[in-house]
Design a protein. Structure first.
Length: 194
């Protein structure tokens, strides 16, 4: 079984160095902020990125100043998956945190991404914590709580591929591979401002 505390320790080692790196970023017009899905997009993207593997909506809310100081015109927020893993269900407030993040980015066009489904047959022990059913519920909550023009609905773009176990995901069934990121990139490019 996956030990969540061991996972937290590994993530925390990298967290502070990422914050330091983000603090040195140059101003940008377009930024994507989030968790590992954003961090691993680095290989394929010309966007400015602030992704930290393992980060939660609480974590992004706590580092919102690192986005504000860049004064971007557009920010895409893609985070929430790890809330299921690291935040107790009774204390989880993913959509509330996404709203707070959006509200704090005054004068910036903010888009909120729905989660990307997983290949459940590949996630092993994590299936006890996270499932496409839970991700679908989060998607619906986002759709119900944000203006449709402020949402990038990623979920349907990947759902059938995840169900069919198609080659868009790494072996972990969670993260995208090169093929998956090509789809992700095409979607994100629709919102890019130079």
């Amino acid at each position: 079984m996956i030990d969540i505390n061991d996972l937290r320790i590994k993530i925390n080692r990298d967290y502070k160095s990422k914050l330091k790196k983000f603090g040195k970023m140059n101003k940008t017009k377009s930024l994507i902020a989030g968790d590992s899905m954003v961090a691993y997009f680095m290989k394929y993207s010309s966007w400015s990125l602030q992704g930290i593997p393992g980060d939660t909506t609480e974590g992004l809310l706590n580092r919102i100043n690192l986005i504000q100081k860049l004064n971007p015109k557009i920010v895409i927020i893609h985070i929430g998956f790890n809330d299921f893993i690291f935040i107790d269900e009774k204390k989880r407030s993913t959509v509330s945190n996404l709203k707070k993040i959006s509200e704090k980015l005054v004068g910036i066009k903010v888009y909120i991404c729905t989660p990307i489904p997983i290949v459940e047959s590949r996630v092993g022990e994590l299936k006890k914590i996270i499932s496409n059913e839970k991700l679908s519920i989060l998607r619906k909550e986002i759709l119900d709580n944000f203006d449709p023009v402020d949402i990038i609905d990623l979920y349907p773009n990947f759902l059938q591929k995840a169900i069919e176990n198609k080659n868009l995901y790494n072996e972990d069934g969670i993260h995208l591979n090169k093929n998956g990121y090509q789809i992700y990139k095409k979607i994100m490019e629709l919102f890019y401002e130079d």
